[in-house]
Write a protein that binds this ligand. Sequence first.
Ligand code: FES
Ligand code: FES
Length: 175
Amino acid sequence: MSAPHTPSRAPAAAVLRERGPDPVKMTLSVNGADHTFEAEPRVSLLDALRERLDMTGAKKGCDQGTCGACTVWVDGRRVLACLTLAIACEDHEVTTVEGLAEGDELHPMQSAFIEQDAFQCGYCTPGQIMSAVGLLKEGHASDDAEIREWMSGNICRCAAYPHIRAAIRAVRDQT
Ligand code: FES
Ligand code: FES
């Protein structure tokens, strides 16, 4: 009898290994340092940062992608950490507001926020700063209308927007 037909399969190396749903070990590179911890694959990057790694710079506002308080960068691009799975960030570089300053030297955008009085309660500020630096790198700060549009995902309940825009303009005009 002839051998049954065997369907062709992708090479083993190309098959994704199934992990979870129980906690699994994962390693994230955050601000240039590797951190290994256990979490369920459904855990968001925001919860991993705040609750597993004790990095509370990224804030939890809405936890559903509408306020921008959780903004961090993945491979230099701004993302909403509450809508990003931590496990999807393995092998990528995560940057949080804790990674912006160089030792005691604040990032120019952090200094500008202080100089321009760009925060009141400060809850939105880490996300605003991560977005603001990202916006400048993206080249979306030619005028106030463009700044307003490209910062529109970051909500400030204190309405510090004019001062936030002033801080962004100040850093834009320094460089
Ligand atoms: S906490 Fe992520 S967008 Fe509000
Ligand atoms: S400074 Fe209070 S929410 Fe923005």
